[in-house]
Design a protein around this ligand. Structure first.
Ligand code: ZN
Length: 413
């Protein structure tokens, strides 16, 4: 999807403002001889921005306005190294609220709703974003923050909360507690707004079954306002995003080249009107696609597909981009197969062909050969790649307390 005329003008204004302000990116653009952007081609020549830049500019190097205009900072904690600090102006905070309120509206939430907010408040953008949008909409916020499940459930019943905002794992925990305590009849929840991490169908089904609520996925990242730049609609598989605030392009994560609408790649975001810390062509490492055409839900804003995973996890086999998450989803469809697995990639020199071997675990009652055939068939029909599959007894594969390494690539890179 190309920049429209307004977006192009907005980007041009951002570039000029960054150069004038002599911030981190202003200096970078000046060094590259960039003075503005007047076409899609020029835009696509702008360098990407990244979390690494933000670390280099720590703490406030990317601030693009005078100090008196900054009203707040937020920070994303990297797993490694320095955190990232993002300064916000009054307008940035207001814009974020407008976008977030639009998310709630897209989910059919109104002023009459009572929104229980369980994500954390503070440096992180989560809780405060949910709160801002709620107040902008005019609904009642129940600002719980994380943890303390007893109190969460008490407030949920006493205040008759109708919307729960949570990470998928906390929503699951709450739904299981409600089920276990047999208090579902006292719970008035109708909708859930769930943070943007990728979560499995199995998890969604369990929450939906336990609570009987509609669920919406909210999208966003701290570097770009925070959660609220997009949300899924009643058609589930789509995330509408607000193209009057952000421009989204999809690129090949390896070559950095743009990818046509409809095809999967890395989401790259440009903020169109952000003041405190504008980011142009920010690489999110989230994988999705732009869905062409209009959504059957009637919403006119453009759409992303659901987030498939992180580009860091992606691998290529037989010319097809694959993610561990796709294998995870398939394993969840096979009865008696556990969620543990690994994927080995190798090259058969004789046939000059890559080999993919999926190792999965199954319970003793399962016929391993049949389970293996089923997995192979599903991978072939859903992903278009034919793997070799080995099924082993549950508990065979190594467990790790840290993030388990799912993909082992033995090919020469
Ligand atoms: Zn829609």
């Amino acid at each position: 999807m190309k920049l429209n005329k307004t977006q192009l003008e907005q980007v041009d204004r951002q570039v000029k403002r960054l150069i004038e302000g002599d911030s981190y990116y202003g200096k970078m653009y000046r060094k590259l001889g960039i003075t503005g952007v007047s076409s899609q081609e020029e835009f696509e020549k702008l360098p990407f921005s990244s979390k690494n830049d933000l670390r280099n500019a720590y703490p406030l190097g990317i601030q693009a306005v005078p100090d008196e205009e900054v009203v707040r900072i937020h920070s994303s904690s990297g797993t490694t190294g320095k955190p990232v600090i993002i300064p916000y102006t009054k307008k940035d905070v207001d814009d974020w609220a407008v976008m977030f309120a639009r998310c709630y509206e897209t989910a059919g939430i109104t002023k009459l709703d009572r929104i229980q907010i369980t994500p954390g408040y503070g440096l992180w953008t989560a809780g405060i974003g949910f709160q801002l949008g709620c107040e902008k909409l005019g609904a009642m916020a129940v600002p719980m923050g994380p943890g303390n499940t007893d109190k969460q459930l008490q407030m949920m019943q006493d205040l008759k909360s109708t919307v729960i905002c949570a990470t998928s794992s906390y929503a699951l925990l709450l739904s299981e507690e409600i089920e276990k305590r047999g208090i579902r009849d006292n719970v008035h929840l109708k909708k859930g707004v769930i943070g943007s991490e990728r979560w499995s169908e199995k998890m969604r089904d369990t929450i939906q079954k336990n609570l009987g609520i509609e669920m919406y996925d909210i999208y966003g990242l701290t570097e770009i306002y925070g959660p609220g730049i997009g949300i899924s609609c009643s058609k589930q598989e789509n995330i509408h995003y607000w193209d009057d605030y952000v421009y989204i392009e999809i690129i090949d994560p390896v070559t950095g080249k743009p990818i046509p609408d409809g095809e999967e790649g890395e989401i790259v975001i440009t903020t169109l009107v952000k003041e405190g810390a504008p980011l142009l062509r920010f690489r999110t490492h989230d994988i999705s696609r732009i869905i062409p055409g209009e959504c059957p839900c009637g919403c006119k804003y453009p759409r992303l597909g659901i987030i498939q995973g992180r580009s860091d996890d992606m691998f290529k086999i037989h010319g097809v981009n694959m993610f561990p998450s796709q294998v995870e989803e398939i394993l969840a469809m096979v009865d008696g197969v556990s969620s543990e697995y690994n994927i080995n990639l190798a090259h058969d020199d004789e046939k000059n062909r890559d080999i993919i071997l999926i190792t999965a675990e199954a319970e003793g009652r399962v016929n391993f050969e049949e389970a293996g055939n089923k997995i192979r068939g599903l991978v072939k029909s859903k992903i278009g790649v034919t793997p070799k599959v080995t099924v082993v007894p549950v508990g065979t594969l190594p467990r790790s307390e840290k993030k388990t390494k799912r993909v082992i690539d033995h090919r020469d890179q």
